[in-house]
Design a protein around this ligand. Structure first.
Ligand code: CA
Length: 247
């Protein structure tokens, strides 16, 4: 099936002016290549060649997106991402040299929004970033004001993008919030991975649908949820996920 409406087609002609990107990459020619692609797209680009500098640059620049290489001198990408997450909710795309590193990263729950393995085409990176930045935010269509969504001790404010567990705020990444918002918007629905990707990453997103499991895993950890006896995000065997408790 081919979707080709104007709304779904990537609009290459619209530059992303004012979007700040931080490129963290110790391979200088690679960093320069990514920088030039992003600048052509209209990004304001800052480049950092090591981990320690990257954390400081993130504080100074307050980037909207961070392209973060895993293998860095000084502080590796995992530690950079962890430190970044204490003060920034920028979209983070983690770049790894090997596919098997991806599995390790998934287990570590570092809080990246997307992962790419080298070699990748800068065009693909640009397309992924564009999809991320254009993600529809929960707006509560047709003028109605969505109220706080409650699931037991969990409360979700789709407008303020806040989440509380037992009245304590929970800090989620943008992607984690978007996944939770999609699930909680239709708690009666069992989402398969592709449906969640369409909702959160957009219909043009192409990649490993396993990414959904990564973010659900992070969410469950932060919400103190147990896959075996879920209180909030339940696994629907053979399908995917839905809000709600029980098996
Ligand atoms: Ca590297």
């Amino acid at each position: 099936m081919v979707h080709d409406t104007a709304a779904e087609r990537p609009t290459n002609s619209v530059p992303l002016r004012g979007v700040r990107a931080l490129v963290v990459e110790d391979d200088v020619p690679m960093a320069t290549l990514i920088e030039s692609y992003l600048e052509r797209e209209g990004y304001e680009v800052h480049v950092s060649h090591d981990g320690v500098d990257a954390v400081q640059a993130a504080r100074d620049v307050d980037p909207d997106v961070v392209i973060l290489d895993l293998g860095l001198p000084g502080l590796d990408g995992i530690e950079v991402c962890r430190q970044l997450r204490t003060f920034s909710d920028a979209y983070v795309v983690m770049v790894t040299a090997r596919t098997d590193e991806l599995d390790t990263l998934v287990g570590l729950s570092v809080g990246a929004d997307d992962y790419m393995t080298k070699p990748f085409s800068p065009r693909e990176l640009v397309a992924r970033l564009r999809a991320m930045l254009r993600r529809p935010r929960p707006m509560g269509g047709s003028g109605q004001v969505p109220s706080l969504r409650r699931f037991g001790s969990l409360a979700i404010d789709p407008i303020g993008r806040d989440v509380w567990l037992d009245e304590e705020p929970v800090r989620l990444t943008r992607t984690e919030f978007d996944v939770l918002a999609a699930l909680s918007h239709r708690p009666q629905m069992a989402f398969n991975r592709r449906q969640l990707i369409d909702q959160v990453w957009g219909e043009t997103w192409v990649g490993d649908e396993h990414l959904v499991d990564v973010h659900v895993g992070h969410l469950r950890r932060k919400l103190g949820d147990d896959a075996g006896a879920a209180r909030f995000i339940r696994t629907v065997r053979g399908i995917g996920y839905r809000m709600g408790s029980g098996a």
